[in-house]
Every structure is written in C-alpha cells, then in structure tokens.
Design a protein. Structure first.
Length: 239
C-alpha cells in the first residue's frame, strides 16, 4: 500500500510516515525538545580544536529523497575528541522500515528486508542516537544527505526542529584543497591512505569518515587554525 501511495503522489504524508516509524512517547518528545533547546545555546565555534567533541555519523537509506518517502534503514556513529577517535564509544542500529527494499540497496548495504521488519522503531532509535550524541557537533561526509533525512524524521516524529550543528568533512578538506567538494568517501580515503573497510555499513562508513576528519583536523592545526570560527572566517573569504 505504501508503494502505491508513493507511486501516485510522489511522497508520503508526514502522518503516514510517522505512523510507520513511531509512535513517539511524551517522554521522548520532551527529551528531544529539551536537547534541541540546549543546542541553541551551545557555542562550539570557539572551542579549541584539541578539545572539540564531535560525533561522526552515517545513515544508510532506501534512497536519496526523504520528502518522497525514502527512509533511514541504519544509523552508525563514533565519538571523537580533537583528533582522538574513541574506538569504544560507538552507536549502531538498524531502523524498522516497511518499504520494499530494492535489490540494489540490499546488495549495497548487506541489509535484508526481514531484518528491517524486526528492527527497533525509528522513534526509539532516534532517541537513543541523540542520547549518544548529546550536545556534540555532528560530522558527516556529504552531510546534505544526512541533514535532509535527520531534519525530516525529527520533525515527523517529534515535531521538533533538527538543531544540531552538522559539519561536512569538506569543511576541513577545503583548507587543503578549495576545489575539493564532491569527492566520494572512497576517493578521500585513498588520498589520505585510509583503508576502506565495511563500505556502505553505517558504522563502517562513520569510522572511515572519522579517520578522514582526524587527518584533515591535524592538517588544519598545522596550518595554524585553533577553532572552527577561524575556519569559517577563512573559507568565507575564499568562496
């Protein structure tokens, strides 16, 4: 039935989407709203890069268009402080989804429809993910994809805006190469000498992205940058 609606309208309504992914509880909604309010007062731009806490994350999804009904099927994340990757502070979960999973996506991610039907509800996964992240900055590779899905699911499930600061890896990469904005994760890893492992697994991609972030964070510090505000100001002058 969902596929029928998707073919006819080109997108699922927020109510249909939320009903399949929730329902969220009052406690969950209160937690998310309190956390997002705190994010409005969290100024990390002037934090020393050595002390900067980030959660590097990745989403696997059924497609590229959340407004047309594509859904998150897994979330992976790993914590960092400065250039230190906290190997034992990780998050991973499949996310319940009832959409038919294409052979292409199943082959790419090694996730099966049967696993998604038995996976935790998106509302539960999202709350656990935000508890893991807390007020840390989020980092992702090609973050526009992650941002569009997080913005939609946070609003659909909790009627709350997605207020976490989300930084793309290109933010630091461009300090070394201003023209480098759209390279794939594989290409960047090869350039940095990072082994490619567990590609298209949300946690595997998050770990590789963390290694990329570490690589370019160290280069930024060698260039004399001390905090994110300096990077923003530099890049704004060179766009």
């Amino acid at each position: 039935m969902m596929q029928f609606f998707r073919q006819i309208t080109g997108k699922l309504s927020s109510n249909i989407y939320a009903s399949l992914q929730g329902p969220s509880t009052p406690q969950q909604m209160a937690f998310l709203r309190d956390l997002q309010r705190e994010m409005n007062h969290n100024n990390s731009l002037d934090t020393s890069l050595d002390e900067l806490n980030v959660a590097v994350f990745d989403l696997e999804t059924t497609g590229f268009y959340p407004e047309k009904g594509d859904q998150i099927i897994s979330i992976g994340a790993i914590k960092m402080k400065g250039h230190q990757i906290k190997e034992h502070e990780t998050f991973y979960s499949l996310v319940k989804a009832d959409l038919p999973l294409s052979d292409e996506i199943s082959s790419l991610t090694n996730i099966q429809e049967t696993e998604l039907r038995a996976a935790p509800l998106a509302s539960d996964v999202l709350v656990q993910f935000f508890k893991f992240v807390n007020r840390d900055i989020l980092v992702a590779h090609h973050s526009k994809h992650e941002h569009s899905f997080m913005r939609k699911i946070t609003w659909d499930l909790f009627r709350t805006k997605f207020n976490h600061r989300l930084v793309d890896t290109s933010f630091l990469i461009r300090l070394s190469d201003l023209s480098m904005k759209s390279a794939s994760l594989e290409e960047v890893c090869i350039q940095c000498g990072i082994d490619i492992r567990d590609r298209h697994h949300a946690l595997g991609d998050a770990i590789m992205t963390a290694q990329v972030w570490r690589h370019y964070l160290q280069l930024a510090q060698k260039k004399g940058f001390h905090h994110l505000r300096e990077v923003y100001e530099y890049l704004s002058k060179h766009d």
